[in-house]
Design a protein around this ligand. Structure first.
Ligand code: G3H
Ligand code: 13P
Ligand code: ZN
Length: 335
């Protein structure tokens, strides 16, 4: 049993309470490799932001759960070396699909886990979430649950259509399970294709696809039922069109990729939404930079030569999200 506190990680409790009070959101960035981790930590240190490093099932398969957990321990030391005396870094399991997966991460030093029972019948979601909370809280590990289904792929869970969270269920779910935060479905979805062209309108000025607005009425109804309770938004990449254009210019084939407009995320961050999940935008930034470098320097074969600009590009993206969208800069508990 690894005690996450001994390796310098923190859980989400205090940072979420402060974020809900302060009207901003904590960034939850997925990481799968060293360059992403370096870019996330450099961005968090430079902006003095708390940060959630999250690990999906895909990441655990790609990079190995044990290695990722040691990388998170390394991330704490790296942040200190970069000048942050009291880093606030959470190591979080993203979309845990079973009690056993959550337990294995808790035992290994994760400070926070998500149990995603959103595709299960309501009573089964309550039961498995309750079981994870009972185990996690013995070790002061915080737990995120989910109600409502996001369209697209959520690791194991895949749904053709989204089902908004039912506000009438949230009090019962939170009180029966004891979760520390709740992910809800208000129209976001995973990946770079969040809306079909048919769901969008065309911006007459730019010719770009404009997605439909998120269901802020559902979010407001949830907040009314659970005042001050930490709410989580998955599927919150904005799919920057410059990165999509760069990828397509240098041989890629991303057609009609659409994300969540930043104004909507800014609005969400000011509400009880205190954790915003971003993965696809980092993938796009990395891919765009790598494609550009390789196209411009076809003789290059040293991975450091194309991973360095990719890392720089991701760092720029993370800083932009922290400062201009989520507002978590300068929000560390201790200076
Ligand atoms: O929930 C979705 C995340 O973007 C993780 O995706 O399972 O491909 O790593 P992944
Ligand atoms: P995006 O695909 O929009 O980046 O969402 C990531 C996510 O929700 C991870 O849990
Ligand atoms: Zn997600």
């Amino acid at each position: 049993m690894v005690d996450y506190k001994k390796i310098g990680l923190v859980n989400t409790r205090k940072m979420f309470a402060k974020a809900v009070d302060g009207g901003y959101a904590i960034p939850a960035f997925n990481f799968n490799n060293m360059e992403q981790m370096q870019a996330i930590i450099q961005a968090a240190v430079e902006t003095k932001s708390p940060v959630i490093l999250q690990v999906s099932k895909g990441a655990r398969e790609y990079a190995n759960q044990t290695l990722l957990r040691y990388m998170a321990e390394g991330a704490v030391e790296y942040a200190k070396e970069l000048g942050c005396a009291h880093p606030e870094i959470v190591l979080h399991l993203d979309h845990g699909d079973t009690f056993e997966t959550c337990k294995s991460c808790i035992d290994m030093g994760f400070s926070s886990v998500m149990i995603d029972g959103s595709s299960l019948p309501y009573d089964e979601n309550v039961a498995v979430t309750r079981k994870v909370v009972e185990y996690a809280h013995q070790y002061d590990v915080t737990v995120e649950g989910e109600l409502g289904v996001l369209a697209g792929v959520e690791d194991e869970v895949s749904a053709a259509e989204s089902h908004y969270t039912k506000p009438e269920e949230v009090i019962d779910f939170v009180s029966k399970t004891g979760v520390d935060s709740l992910a809800i479905s208000i129209g976001t979805s995973h990946g770079a294709y969040k809306f079909t062209p048919e769901q969008c309108t065309v911006d007459p000025k730019t010719g770009r696809l404009l997605p439909p607005p998120l269901a802020f009425d559902v979010l407001e109804a949830v907040e009314e039922k659970l005042p001050g309770f930490p709410i989580v938004l998955h599927g919150s990449s904005s799919v920057p069109q410059e990165d999509v254009d760069t990828i397509n210019k240098y041989g890629g084939a991303l057609k009609a990729a659409v994300g969540i407009p930043e104004e909507q995320l800014r609005k969400a961050a000011k509400s009880a939404v205190c954790k915003i999940n971003i993965d696809s935008d980092s993938r796009l930034a990395m891919t765009a930079a790598i494609r550009k470098t390789l196209a411009e320097k076809p003789a290059e074969f040293d991975p450091r030569k194309y991973l360095k600009p990719a890392r720089e590009s991701m760092k720029k993206l993370y800083i932009h999200k922290i400062v201009n969208v989520l507002g978590s800069n300068d929000k560390l508990l201790e200076k």
